[in-house]
Design a protein around this ligand. Sequence first.
Ligand SMILES: C[S@@+](CC[C@H](N)C(=O)[O-])C[C@H]1O[C@@H](n2cnc3c(N)ncnc32)[C@H](O)[C@@H]1O
Length: 313
Amino acid sequence: MRSQSATHSFNFALDYASTTIGKSVVIHADCLEWLGRLPENSLHAIVTDPPYGVKEYAFDQIEKRANGNGGVWRIPPAFDGSQRAPLPRFTALTHKEREALSRFFLEWSKLAVHALRPGGHVFIASNAFLSQPVFSALVAGGLEFRGELIRLVRTFRGGDRPKNAEDEFPGVCSLPRGCYEPWGIFRKPLPPGMKVSDCLREYQTGGLRRVNDDQPFNDVIPSERTPQRERDIADHPSLKPQSFLRQIVRAALPLREGVIADTFMGAGSTIAAAEASGLLSIGVERFADYYELSKTAIPKLARVPVTLSFDLD
Ligand SMILES: C[S@@+](CC[C@H](N)C(=O)[O-])C[C@H]1O[C@@H](n2cnc3c(N)ncnc32)[C@H](O)[C@@H]1O
């Protein structure tokens, strides 16, 4: 086995504010700037949950959400008698905002290609409504599309009857009720002439870790909404569940060697999943409050027990 400390001897924090938590480092920075400053070929994988529509995590929109002032964050209609938390309204993005979204992910993709090792995988969360322009931009930036991972989860999106005409068209819904979350699977192209086996030997990348000897990694994962116990630890509007993320971070490092980055860390659920799995990871977050939150949330989330219906090897 190649040395783990050798892969982590580089100072990924550069000159940004940072904290070490177990095997992980969390960094307060803008990830576009951070990725651009990394040496070429320094990351083995990226597992991340970006701002799907870009706009919803602009500083002014985060503030509007906190003050209950609307913006792109709207309270959806109550469901089963319970009040729902604000959700960003992606259907309301204008043509200009969709163009800005494509430019953002094009730039991010180019920087990810620069920072990843050849064969390094990217798992990136999206939304059924926006995955098409986002994935196209990632390909235009140089990442190779390797398929989609379906996280089976009831999202509460869509399924509503036409607005203000519910009684007139009771048998119609304007969008399907969301029952899955699409995650793009991408890879930095292998160098010409290299096979996956060569890439594994040279860069410890190129493939995905199997679930166990009997099962490969599958691209449909039954999941759950983030449990309240985890939400109580980390009050972030987009917190992902440990039961899901621990399967993803594990798959992203085929030999369990190297460094995973989450460039849109939020409260640090990906980093916690890596910690729980004994893997090295780096989280980058631009918003100071979420960066601070991650420092206390990661060790607690990493200790949350999860039950899977199969054994990971
Ligand atoms: C969808 S949330 C991720 C939440 C995360 N999955 C969790 O469980 O906490 C996206 C995060 O990216 C952050 N962000 C947005 N733009 C960024 C940028 N350019 N650099 C770093 N972080 C950014 C936002 O502040 C937000 O916390």
